[in-house]
Ligand binder design. Structure first.
Ligand code: SF4
Length: 300
């Protein structure tokens, strides 16, 4: 059995666990970029003239996302946006990594913080009860990103969610018994009142994403968020990772199975409609207050 790249015979650095294809660094990068490009095309994520706000945390997924988008010939403008949640001992390093990447790519990074949008850091909001850390963080990050994207005149928001995140989200919706989300769209947003969200890495696994980052020397050692231990996602991620290792292709099956379910339900299956506006901030919501304002009221 050859151990070289299946395309050029050079030393292989990556083996695809599903197809067993072997790649040298150069051909792996080209294969990965072609996969991202195919996902963008399949889901019609980007049109010429789009202004894409790219959520850039400085971590591996968003670093690879911005790098690949900048490399593809997209005829769209990229506007990186970094959200500083205010997490001591973690965020400063990742913000520095985000700034360095933008400098390298010749892009101007817009920085927005939780303090800007609600007057408090995530650490302050969680001081008495850190258990819901990721839910608080995610809700406010979505608000911050939406607000900043609108301010810069973006037409869409791109996030670095990869296939692993998508598969985890499908399972988590079942674990929470959240029928609205199980039957709702998870690939792109179903609500036209918000800026459309796109996930160009949605068909690339985390393993491939990390490999791309390593092959192209994009990644640096960064600290882990201190709230990771409170995330339901952490357990799902571990369990799903083991399943994927034993049965390569499991995550893709989960995601494509979910797509088939949504296709059967039709275009309006489980769609979440937001008819009103938040009394406090004016964001679209189906309740008196939007998720971010309701959360801030509870934690005031
Ligand atoms: Fe936010 Fe949770 Fe991610 Fe930390 S682990 S950055 S709290 S979502």
């Amino acid at each position: 059995m050859t151990t070289g790249c299946g395309r050029c015979g050079k030393k292989a650095v990556y083996v695809d666990p599903v197809t067993k294809q072997r790649f040298c660094g150069e051909h792996f990068s080209a294969w990965f970029e072609a996969g991202v490009s195919a996902a963008i095309e399949k889901y019609r994520m980007i049109e010429p003239g789009d202004r894409i706000a790219v959520g850039l945390s400085g971590g591996k997924d968003s670093t690879v996302l911005l790098t690949v988008l900048a490399k593809l010939d997209l005829e769209a403008e990229l506007i990186p946006i970094t959200v500083d949640e205010g997490i001591g001992g973690y965020r400063d390093d990742t913000i520095l990594a985000a700034t360095r990447l933008c400098d390298k790519l010749g892009l101007a990074d817009k920085l927005v913080s939780f303090t800007d949008i609600c007057g408090k850091t995530l650490d302050e909001l969680l001081a008495n009860d850190p258990r819901q850390a990721c839910s608080v963080c995610g809700t406010l990050r979505r608000r911050a990103l939406n607000q900043a994207a609108r301010e810069v005149g973006a037409t869409k928001i791109a996030t670095g969610h990869c296939l692993d995140d998508e598969a985890q989200s499908v399972l988590m919706n079942y674990l929470r018994g959240d029928l609205t989300r199980v039957t709702g769209s998870f690939q792109t947003n179903a609500d036209t009142l918000f800026l459309p969200r796109i996930k160009p890495l949605c068909r690339s696994t985390e393993r491939e994403t990390v490999a791309y980052g390593l092959v192209n020397r994009l990644l640096t050692d960064l600290p882990e968020c201190p709230y990771t231990k409170y995330a339901l996602r952490a357990g799902v991620r571990k369990g799903l990772g083991k399943l994927e290792y034993k049965n390569p292709g499991t995550m893709m099956n989960i995601v494509t199975g979910q797509e088939k379910l949504l296709a059967k339900l039709g275009p309006r299956g489980g769609e979440i409609t937001m008819m009103g506006r938040c009394e406090l901030c004016g964001e679209p919501t189906s309740h008196r207050l939007c998720a971010a304002c309701a959360l801030l009221e509870r934690r005031a």
